[in-house]
Design a protein around this ligand. Sequence first.
Ligand SMILES: CC(=O)N[C@H]1[C@@H](OP(=O)(O)OP(=O)(O)OC[C@H]2O[C@@H](n3ccc(=O)[nH]c3=O)[C@H](O)[C@@H]2O)O[C@H](CO)[C@@H](O)[C@@H]1O[C@H](C)C(=O)N[C@@H](C)C(=O)N[C@H](CCC(=O)O)C(=O)O
Ligand SMILES: Nc1ncnc2c1ncn2[C@@H]1O[C@H](COP(=O)(O)OP(=O)(O)OP(=O)(O)O)[C@@H](O)[C@H]1O
Length: 476
Amino acid sequence: MYFRKNGNCRATLANEGVELMHLHELLDAFSIQNSYPSIQIRGVETDSRRVQPGDVFFALTGHTSNGHDYIDQAVAAGAAAVVGTQERALLEVPYIRVADTRKAVALAAKRFYNNPSSRKVVIGITGTNGKTTTSFLLREMLEQAGKRCALFGTVHYVINGKTLPSPNTTPDSLQFQRLLHESEDDVVIMEVSSHGIDQLRIEGIEFDFAVFTNLDQDHLDYHGTMEAYFEVKSRLFNQLKTEGTAVIWKEDVWGSRLSDQLKTRGVRVLEVDKRNLEDSSQSHHLPFHNRINAELAATIAIQMGCSKEGIQQALHSFQGVPGRFEVILVSNDIHVVIDYAHTADAFNQVLSSVRNLAEGRILHVFGFRGNRDASKRQAMIDASLKGSDLSILTSDDRNGVSQLEMENQLDALEFTGKRIQDRTEAIRFALEQASSGDWVVITGKGNEPYKDDYEAPCQSDRKTVEWYQKQEKIKL
Ligand SMILES: CC(=O)N[C@H]1[C@@H](OP(=O)(O)OP(=O)(O)OC[C@H]2O[C@@H](n3ccc(=O)[nH]c3=O)[C@H](O)[C@@H]2O)O[C@H](CO)[C@@H](O)[C@@H]1O[C@H](C)C(=O)N[C@@H](C)C(=O)N[C@H](CCC(=O)O)C(=O)O
Ligand SMILES: Nc1ncnc2c1ncn2[C@@H]1O[C@H](COP(=O)(O)OP(=O)(O)OP(=O)(O)O)[C@@H](O)[C@H]1O
């Protein structure tokens, strides 16, 4: 069945609900002047293992493998055309050479799915810490005001109210356009990671609002320097619509710098600073860092027509974010906080928030992810030692690094606290040490499962704490 939609000639495959498009129409999306045959294509794909007959296969040069190595596999699976950057011997299907396949696939997917984000309010949230929390808070405020929100982030994606697993904080461009094509939501709230920007996952998307929370040392294994990291993050703001608005936490030095840059360029900027927090009575029950996130979210919500009362109501009913400042009261007046902090600044924030609450001591359990930015580790250790009364260094997620190698790396750091290799054991130790009025703060994994060789393998920090309570393995 053929039909025309927004001027594009499309067709639907019987019983599959899949639209067809002419190859030249797709290639127009990334400005390829072409004389390729006018074949019909069925879809866009970047993974040879998922190619269906009629798809255009985009060969991406990745960090672990090279899509060009899978072109033959894609063609064998029925690819109607292939797009890549490398020179190729003649194929039995058209091969289109471009300068940048990531850019090409982003623009092709946008065209193929008929630019779905153009019909929604699009909000991007970036920064080292606070993206997830700000996005959850904003969703709560907007949903309570009757706006249906799609959400993309670290914890999960939500489309049409349905929760989907999150393979990446920021989805790749193809997945993003595909999901938005299905979305009947009014608003799109997305966490925008620096990897996502660098890998052009948001290429071609125009934002109504872009938020900057803060910048702290992280991901330098990928970006090299803080300057480079900042430069990548700031690219999000080049994708604001002409009438779009930047919302920035001004107390952060990088945020202040970004704000000045944007104002010089004539971009509309709404700055949030400590004074806004003093004025806002509605978020006083939250730890300080989440008050920042709440204020950033509220600034957008107000711009989108939400009432102050509605925002207050949303903050009141907010259930929190899985694995972010989750507080568990265990017996004998001992509190446990499960949190996702994995930078020095996040440690400072969380530990000082707990300091304001704790009558007794703070016992901090933390670790490091293997195969990721190791240059931030000493600053994290220093923040833990400074902000807690007992600092317990354990395993976080070795991410393919052997235990021996990890232990060697830790030996090279200056740490005067307690080291317990096994995470379950470290949590047990902290709980055993705690007495009435103390707070045990467990950071790094949040709601994510961790792998451990000890008694309770592959579970979450919360489950471990609850397990100890239930098993009465320790006297709480
Ligand atoms: C290092 C990195 O960022 N990698 C991301 C990147 O993968 P890649 O391009 O390197 O993929 P690859 O595995 O080398 O494969 C290259 C190409 O060959 C294709 N292929 C491969 C095998 C095959 O048989 N056939 C085939 O066609 C693949 O489909 C792909 O198109 O692009 C993929 C799709 O977008 C991402 O899923 C993947 O994220 C990995 C899983 C990852 O861990 N990324 C982290 C660093 C990340 O992006 N994190 C941020 C959050 C950071 C934070 O703020 O905390 C995020 O947004 O998630
Ligand atoms: N505004 C903030 N400033 C500093 N630290 C914060 C802030 N908000 C949250 N944090 C800390 O950062 C941790 C991660 O928070 P959140 O998940 O909201 O951020 P994120 O940017 O989405 O992180 P990631 O991309 O790694 O998932 C929290 O558990 C908390 O320790």
